[in-house]
Ligand binder design. Sequence first.
Ligand code: 3PG
Length: 277
Amino acid sequence: MRGRERGGDGFVPASWQPAGRGSPDSKSGSPPLAPRLHKLAWKKSRLDSEGGTGKRFRIIGMPHESVLDRAAHYGVVPVVAIDHAEAALPLANALVEGGLPVVEITFRTAAAAEVIRTLARECPRLVIGAGTVLTPANLEAAKDSGATFAVAPGLNPDIVKRARQLGLPFVPGVATPSDIELGLALGCKLLKFFPAQALGGVSMIEALSAPYQHTGVRFMPTGGVNPDNLESYLKLETVAAVGGTWIAKRQDLMDGRWEEIRNRCVAALELVAKARG
Ligand code: 3PG
C-alpha cells in the first residue's frame, strides 16, 4: 500500500486526480492542493492505457485490492451520515473541490441508498463506499446502488462471504487479535480498526502490528480520529488510511456548510502529506 501511495507503480489514474474547483466531474487542471498527491495524480495509469476514464470502466473488472487501494489512497475516508438525498451533490462537490474524492455513506439513515445511487450516477470521479453495512440487505442495497466498496464496524463472516459473492470489496471492523485472524482467514487484508481511540489508539495498533504486520494486513482506524491525532495514525506502517466523521458532520450537511467541508478536506490532506513525508 505504502509503495503505491508513494507512486511506485503509478497506479493512480488520471480520472482520480484531485480535482479543481467546479463540478464533481470537473476536468480542469487546477493548482495542486498537495504537491506530492498532485504529482502522483498526473502519472499515466493502467486505466488510461486501457482506454477508459468513464464511470463503467472505473468499476468493472477491477480487482478488490485496487478498489480498496483507491479508497485508501488519499489517507482519509470521510464517513458520512446523510439524512437528505438533496445534500448528496453539494457534499460531493465540496469533497472533490477539497481534493478528497472518496466517501463512505453510512447505512444509518433511510436516505443512504438513494444518496449512493445519486453519487454513482452523477460523480464518476468519486470513490463511493457504503458504511455501517450490518445486514445482507444493506450489502445488496449498497451493491445495487453503485457503491464500489463497503465497510462495517464489526466482522460478521456471513456478511464478508456475501460481499465476496456479490463482488463487492469489503472492509470489516476489528478490535482484537482474534478478529484480525478471522478477517485474514476470510481473505480481508484491509480492516477497519474500530473504535480506534477507545481501543487504545496508536499504541494499540503498534502492539497489534507486531504479530500481524508480516501478513500484509492494513488497518483503517476509525472512531475518535481527528485532525489532532490523524498524523500519528498515518505514520504507522500498518495504517493504510483513517476514517472519520469530522470532515462532514450530519449537522454540517443540514446547515449546508459546504465551504467548511471543503476546507476540512484541504486541511486533512495537508496533514496526510506531512505524515507520509
Ligand atoms: C464510524 O462509524 O466509522 C464512526 O462512527 C466514526 O467515528 P467518529 O465519529 O469518531 O469519526
